[in-house]
Design a binder for this molecule. Structure first.
Ligand code: AMP
Ligand code: ZN
Length: 479
């Protein structure tokens, strides 16, 4: 498996630190609002990377943080007249709902910065003890970039150039810095801000130290993959490397992966989608127009290192592409039901021509894997899925053998599953869930467990489903 490593700017063969295991850290969002679809790109892309590793049999420890202490959160809290925690808790919950809608698996751990302050204070102290950091007169603690020889190795920047660049910009409040490229590890509180006690001052951590500490706590001092959007290469990830490698005395992440931007064209200006430019759509807004599976499919239709322009046309194209896959999967399920009867009758395996088609399908699965092995080329993997859909549509009929139908159905479901694409339409899945609940209620009634039966009826009611007991059985309708 080959991964493009930002550190070497080359594709490299993936070699895990521990055989069969992947330790992966993905920088998560700052939670002060609903996430926008630019933020959704790394979530979808790296969830797919995780799913592919799992498909290959790796055990993946996937950690993705929520930054829940930050100027923007504090600002929003002041605007609403509530504690910062109220804001962050609210948007973490909303973000998790969006993730579920996009079929992004929950991380193994979703740490929150405010819960890890003690470990941050410890790492900052280690950096001071080792001479990599210093406290200024006002209690601010800075990382001494001069002291870390490899500073700039990820972003391929030269420290001298960086410093002369920084020198132009004089920032008030940073008079205690030894050098302009030094960055904050701990800063004093301002009036009305959340703060924690420390020996340097009452204050809060800088953004970069959070990730170094959370990666260490939940994954260890050395990790396989560290990922995020390309805007994080400098300074965030460069600074994470400096902190972690200086504190731990070991290389931090073996592979650094960065997704390109999701852009949007406004009046001929193609720009990165971002909150500050105000040119964004939230995932929630998109969910009002499209099933979020369409958004996921749209994101994966491009290679993660290629810029992607968001547009209504491309979303429509993704919608119809996804629809083609869903229709093929539905046909396979229907044909499968018909074939069940034949299977029950104990008849036949694949015909000679079906066996030939199975070989063709296997070649497509091979093509799909080859694309994913080549730095997760989901665009080419999806092209292989479309070829499989075409083969299925032209070769599966109600007369096909159960063995052939099952093979094609399972293969299509598997290849889509690795991409996190569900092959059952949401409405259909919901109908099945409702029917299963009604059946469970019938069983409860038969067993005279009326409390359980009522509970299920109540749950259905909450879902907007009313039941009607008729002579022909239980009927249901949406209200
Ligand atoms: P933020 O909340 O701004 O720290 O961003 C959270 C994650 O979303 C980071 O990995 C960013 O790099 C990523 N991100 C933000 N905007 C975009 C965008 N327009 N395209 C792709 N990734 C983005
Ligand atoms: Zn981070």
């Amino acid at each position: 498996m080959k991964i493009f490593n930002t550190l070497s700017r080359r594709k490299e063969e993936f070699v895990p630190l521990e055989p069969g295991k992947v330790k992966m850290y993905v920088c998560g969002p700052t939670v002060y609002n609903y996430i926008h679809i630019g933020n959704a790109r790394p979530m979808i892309v790296f969830d797919t990377v995780r799913r592919y590793f799992e498909y290959k049999g790796y055990e993946v420890n996937y950690v993705s943080n929520f930054t829940d202490v930050d100027d923007k959160i504090i600002k929003k809290a002041i605007e609403e007249g509530v504690e910062s925690e109220v804001i962050s808790r609210r948007y973490i919950e909303e973000c998790k709902k969006d993730m579920e809608g996009m079929n992004v698996k929950p991380a193994t751990t979703h740490p929150q910065a405010t819960q890890e302050i003690a470990s941050m204070l410890k790492m900052i102290q280690t950096l001071i003890d080792k001479g990599y950091a210093y406290a200024a007169f006002d209690g601010t603690v800075y990382f001494r970039t001069d002291s870390f020889r490899d500073y700039g190795k990820l972003s391929h920047k030269n420290l001298d150039e960086l410093q002369s660049g920084f020198r132009e910009i004089k920032v008030t409040g940073e008079e205690g810095k030894e050098s302009p490229s030094d960055f904050v590890l701990w800063k004093p509180k301002k009036e009305g801000e959340p703060y924690w006690d420390s020996k340097w001052c009452q204050g809060r951590p800088g953004w970069h130290i959070e990730c170094s500490v959370m990666a260490k706590k939940y994954l260890g001092e050395q990790i396989d993959i560290h990922a995020g959007g390309e805007d994080l290469i400098f300074p965030h990830h460069e600074n994470e490397i400096a902190q972690s490698e200086a504190a731990n005395g070991k290389p931090f992440a073996t592979y650094w992966m960065h997704n390109a931007f999701l852009n949007i064209d406004t009046n001929g200006h193609v720009q990165k989608m971002s909150k500050s430019l105000g040119n964004f759509f939230t995932v929630r807004e998109i969910s009002e127009r499209y099933d979020l599976q369409v958004l996921r499919f749209f994101m994966l239709s491009a290679h993660y290192r290629s810029p992607l322009n968001f547009s209504a046309e491309l979303m429509e194209a993704s919608k119809s592409g996804l629809e083609r896959i869903l229709t093929a999967a539905e046909r396979l399920r229907d044909a499968g039901k018909a074939a069940e009867r034949e299977k029950a009758a104990g008849t036949q395996g694949m015909s000679a021509s079906e066996q030939e088609n199975r070989t063709l399908a296997e070649e497509l699965a091979f093509k799909y894997e080859a694309a994913m092995e080549d730095d997760f080329n989901t665009a080419d993997a999806i092209a292989a899925v479309f070829e499989l859909v075409k083969l299925s549509n032209s070769t599966v009929s109600p007369d096909s053998s159960a063995a052939y139908i099952d093979f094609m159905k399972e293969l299509l479901e598997k290849l889509c599953g690795v991409l996190g694409i569900l092959t059952v339409r949401k409405a259909e899945a919901l109908d099945e869930e409702i029917e299963a609940m009604i059946e469970a209620r019938q069983q409860a009634r038969k067993a005279k467990n009326f409390a359980l039966a009522d509970e299920i009826r109540g749950k259905l009611l909450d879902m907007g489903i009313v039941l009607e007991d008729t002579r022909e059985g239980v009927k249901w309708k949406r209200v």
